[in-house]
Design a protein around this ligand. Structure first.
Ligand SMILES: [Zn+2]
Length: 196
């Protein structure tokens, strides 16, 4: 009996059935074992230096909300993105009287240092742990962007505020000029939270 149980366990682990770190894990559908996430599982990204992603996915839709830009990230970040889309962005839109149908992203995986500098610390973008969001689209056909509408609507500011939790780094127009046109959202182990 014990031998058969051990063999069955090996078979389960072997196909990734109970390992939620795998991008196609879960068995119940959805990327990264999260039924809210739609997109595709990619082969591991191997890149220069410390860059790369062991379990990359490309996200196209989260809980009915279209995600444009084809962002690539690891599963942990993808699940944070799903949490924020549902509990942060969509809720902020609803509180503003609108129904969120689209989140536009402008950057995700990129093998580079912070701010694209030639030296210094590696960016969380280079580890598949960050996504940059530039705009929202709504069921009424409207669109608001971080660059033009940050001060003109409460939706983006509330959505940014609600990102601090699912993500632990949140940087936007209030932080510096480099973030005037997007919200930088990332998951890091370096510190608890840094939200500006
Ligand atoms: Zn960024």
């Amino acid at each position: 009996m014990r031998v058969w149980a051990a063999i069955a366990l090996v078979a389960l682990v072997g196909c990734g059935g109970n390992d939620d770190r795998r991008a196609d894990a879960g068995g119940g559908g959805g990327l990264c074992g999260d039924t809210r996430l739609q997109g595709e599982v990619l082969l591991p990204v191997v890149d220069r230096g410390a860059c790369g992603i062991a379990d990359p996915v490309r996200i196209t839709r989260i809980d009915g909300v279209e995600i444009t830009g084809g962002p690539v990230m690891d599963c942990r970040t993808a699940r944070a993105f799903a949490d924020w889309t549902v509990e942060g962005a969509a809720r902020a839109a609803r509180n503003g009287g609108r129904q969120l149908t689209r989140i536009e992203t402008v950057a995700s995986y990129a093998c580079r240092n912070r701010y694209g500098r030639s030296s210094g610390r590696i960016s969380n973008h280079a580890l598949g742990r960050a996504v940059d969001v530039s705009a929202f689209g709504f069921a009424d056909g409207g669109r608001i962007s971080v660059l033009r509408d940050w001060l003109g609507t409460t939706i983006l500011q509330e959505a940014a505020g609600r990102a601090c939790g699912p993500f632990n780094t949140v940087l936007g127009p209030n932080y510096n000029a480099a973030h005037a046109d997007h919200l930088h959202l990332d998951v890091t182990d370096e510190y608890r939270t840094f939200c500006r």
